[in-house]
Design a protein around this ligand. Structure first.
Ligand code: 8IG
Length: 272
């Protein structure tokens, strides 16, 4: 069996050939709503279906074709990764982390993880974009479980003190002062939380809840990349309002916000 790091290196070699990009500078993982906005970054000069690269699994979520688009932003080679995969689709933590590992193996030193999530803070309703300051990994797994990473990869006992880079957050807040910061609790899903679980998450310090991002962030940090996390609040978390949660509402929030999300990425990427 190939270890996940070798697999990512092989996928990165395939990606370089197919995209013509020798080294990426930055990778953006596009969550719901963010993909539509990313057209604001300009026309891609390469489009690689991720299913053609080793180790990538096909997303089971409708409207999530796996794709790696390459765009130039302020002279930087940027990879836009769409078709993220989740634990709740039956994937392993390594499969969830594979796209991030591949892009870092292909040169990216900076990774922007975007998502759509539920909001716990009543002042940050649907449509708010929140910078992730820290996370609670409530998935009970890690992409670093298993055999120890081979040389030259760092220890699996990786320090997550500065997981969401202070430097990148400061730069992002300078460029987009309307942003505020929050703590993202990553659940396995795919069910939304019970009101009691949201009370638990709030008590533990979370202001955002979602089903992605945390494992990718850990994997990226382990490989030495700097991580920035951006959450689009798409619904109020369970029990914080009277209204029941609906997946349609989530999709609608993404569509409505998408233009401004693209504009935000276009403002942030040049300063990171
Ligand atoms: I969009 O309320 C979206 N994703 N866990 N809870 C969790 N994930 C989400 C939610 C939510 N909304």
């Amino acid at each position: 069996m190939t270890n996940p790091f070798e697999l990512a290196i092989q996928a990165a070699d395939e990606l370089r050939v197919r995209s013509g990009v020798d080294a990426y500078d930055l990778a953006v993982v596009l969550g719901s709503g963010w993909k539509e906005g990313a057209v604001a970054l300009g026309p891609p000069f390469a489009d690689v279906p991720s299913g053609t690269l080793r180790g990538f699994v096909t997303p089971t979520v409708v409207g999530h074709a796996g794709q790696i688009l390459s765009v130039k932003v302020a002279g930087a080679n940027v990879a836009l990764v769409s078709g993220r995969v989740h634990l709740y689709e039956g994937n392993t933590a390594d499969q969830v982390a594979h796209s991030v590992r591949t892009l870092i193996a292909a040169g990216a030193k900076t990774v922007i993880l975007t998502n759509a999530c539920g909001g716990i803070d009543p002042t940050k309703g649907p449509g708010s974009v929140v910078l992730i300051k820290d996370h609670l990994n409530l998935t009970a797994t890690s992409p670093l479980e298993g055999l120890a990473p081979p040389e030259p990869f760092g220890s699996r006992f990786v320090d997550l003190t500065d997981l969401y880079s202070k430097r990148l957050r400061a730069a992002a807040l300078l460029a987009a002062p309307e942003l505020t910061e929050g703590v993202y609790a990553g659940f396995r899903g795919p069910h939304y939380e019970t009101p009691a679980e949201i009370t638990m998450a709030r008590t533990m310090g979370a202001t955002l809840v979602g089903m992605s991002t945390v494992l990718e962030a850990i994997a990226a940090r382990h490989m030495g990349a700097e991580v920035l996390g951006l959450s689009l609040v798409s619904n109020f978390a369970a029990g914080t309002t009277q209204a029941p949660l609906s997946h349609l509402e989530v999709l609608e929030a993404g569509r409505t916000a998408s233009a401004s999300l693209g504009g935000l990425l276009a403002r942030l990427i040049p300063v990171l």
